[in-house]
Design a protein around this ligand. Sequence first.
Ligand code: UT7
Length: 325
Amino acid sequence: MGVIRSIISGTGSYLPANILTNKDLEQKVDTTDEWIIERTGIEKRHIAADNEATSDLAVEAALKALESAGLVPEDIDLIIVGTSTPDQTFPSTATTVQYKLGITKGAAFDVQAVCSGFIYALTTADNFIKAGQAKHVLVIGAEIFSRILDWEDRSTCVLFGDGAGAVILSAHTGSGDNHDQGILASRIHSDGQYNDLLYVDGGVSTTQTVGHLRMKGREVFRHAVVNLAAVVKEVLEDTNLTSEEIDWIVPHQANKRILDGTARKLKMSPDKVVITVHEHANTSAASIPLALDQAVRDGRITRGQVLILEAMGGGFTWGACLLRW
Ligand code: UT7
């Protein structure tokens, strides 16, 4: 008897036109292009225009994902947006995206897991599909982190950028073994005791301000490599696959040294890691679908290949999805 699997039937992404280079940042804070490249791998980032909201970036990415899936907005029965930089405190950015796409049926909601937002959203969507409650889910990661950065804090403002990525997750019948196309395993985790290592110092019920991002970078870095390697091992064990059988890792793009360190810990070749951090910087929940869309469109990712998507972010939250393309 067949089982329901969630396959990625389309991908799309959007980056704002305005580019901010490391050289530009040298004019704003006490930093250098060399320091940023050596410590992070970042060369530039995209910054949203004043009249662009997170939902605008999300809609652009969604339209491209719909087109690549050969679907129209009316086909979508659920929208999940991973974001920590919503248009408004409420309603959710997902309902605004729903409205802008002209969809009036189904449901839409946001997921807040900071840089792990896309993995959380994808895992949630997969469970709705497997439960038979949705056929085509629009899963988006969209962020405008430039609006929550302290542009005088060189330890954080050089690290982030804006953007959006989207996938369509569609119900598909599989045989239930690890040769199926689609999501084969996913794991999400959180541990709130690390709240104060990466957070925004404002909020609705506390300061009534939006606040600015604060991070103890070195400690986050240490936890990231350990947690990411551990969660990747979990999804490998869940599927009885080995790291040699993985074709691509599509990680959250925070720092090139984290990507290299995680690959090393997993004994995987750095050539199997999709890297966009040099071009986009850290776009939080948007970084995985942005990297995925790039590697699908340039032909690196092909049907039948096995991918692991993984992320870690504020909370801490972290997680991984293993899927066959
Ligand atoms: O997406 C969610 C997850 N986020 C992450 O995974 C981020 C994890 N952390 C990191 O990527 C790295 O820790 C950073 C890139 C944030 C920092 O790199 P680091 O190698 O850990 O540097 P550090 O914080 O230990 O700072 C080293 C030095 C310090 O100077 P002293 O105290 O050694 O004199 C900093 O003041 O670098 C200095 N520094 C800078 N120098 C030039 C910090 N920021 C800058 C800067 N330009 N922008």
